[in-house]
Design a protein around this ligand. Sequence first.
Ligand SMILES: C[S@@+](CC[C@H](N)C(=O)[O-])C[C@H]1O[C@@H](n2cnc3c(N)ncnc32)[C@H](O)[C@@H]1O
Length: 335
Amino acid sequence: MAGISKLEKDEMTIEVDPAVLENSDADYESAGYDSSTQSLTSSINEWIFENGRRYHVYFGAEKNLMPTDEVEQDRLDMHHESLLQILSGKLHLAPLKEPHRILDVGTGTGIWAIDMADKYPSAEVIGIDLSPIQPKWVPPNCRFEVDDAEREWTYAENSFDFIHLRNISISISDWQFLLGQAYRCLKPGGYIEHCELGIQTLCDDGTMPDDHGSKRCMEYISEAMTSIGKPPATKPTMVDNMKEAGFVEIDANTFKQPIGPWPKDPRMKRIGGMSVLLSETGYEAYGMGPLTRILGFEHAKAKKICDDAFAAVKNKNYHVYNHYYVVYARKPEEE
Ligand SMILES: C[S@@+](CC[C@H](N)C(=O)[O-])C[C@H]1O[C@@H](n2cnc3c(N)ncnc32)[C@H](O)[C@@H]1O
């Protein structure tokens, strides 16, 4: 993985900015840490209190547990920028050479697919999603289709050079079926890349208390998803799924996503600042469905758990992060 320094890889501890430790105030703002992405906060604030959240109801309450309303669309677009920063500006890690056909499964707002179409103007890029939330004005080599990736794919065998899946694990019930479809539709030698945020809230320097709000919220989400047979993605399960589907040359990577602008390194600080902004609606987006529909919590209890999670990551004294897994592999040249 040329171009990605040791700094971002999992084995490195993220160094805390000494200035964060300087005064006793718990919040970033009073300690002089105003994020450079402040304008994005205001755009999120414009939507966050409007008319509740909008979910896709296709196939019932367990199919898509996350909202797809405008608030969520803003979050997805901002998260795309933050994930790009984590990968040092790379849209993918698989070593692609002049791809002709690319598929993005669970494309969301289509922002990754649009960027890929710009990066590879001679490739055809298709994004599929359950929800028609993609823009109309897109590069001529990019198009979107409303489709359920968990149903038999209609694409021809051996027809894609690259298939990409990012942050869709909360919705997928049968990975072997989904990856089997991807295997069939990839050309021999073609690449698949699966990226997921880890659900655990982590800390390397002992500053995270046991009852940290984000840790608690993520534990509830994990309990809910495991109880319906959709345990959160981990690097080992992502690798096992790829192996089982027949993919080879599996390359599994773990990155750290700091939550809060506590790191010393300027790029990590920027990612951490964006993560806090993302958290403002992120815990609710990931949490409210599983907590109310699966665990049966009252709306007020679930909302408090999500609010407590956001409050905890705004506290500059807790140096927390989560993992971002990027696993890519190939369909063998010869079966
Ligand atoms: C958290 S969003 C991630 C969007 C995008 N991949 C990204 O990283 O910006 C998950 C998306 O997957 C879509 N999705 C969930 N289950 C799906 C399925 N079975 N088929 C197609 N899309 C699905 C949802 O509608 C949602 O837009």
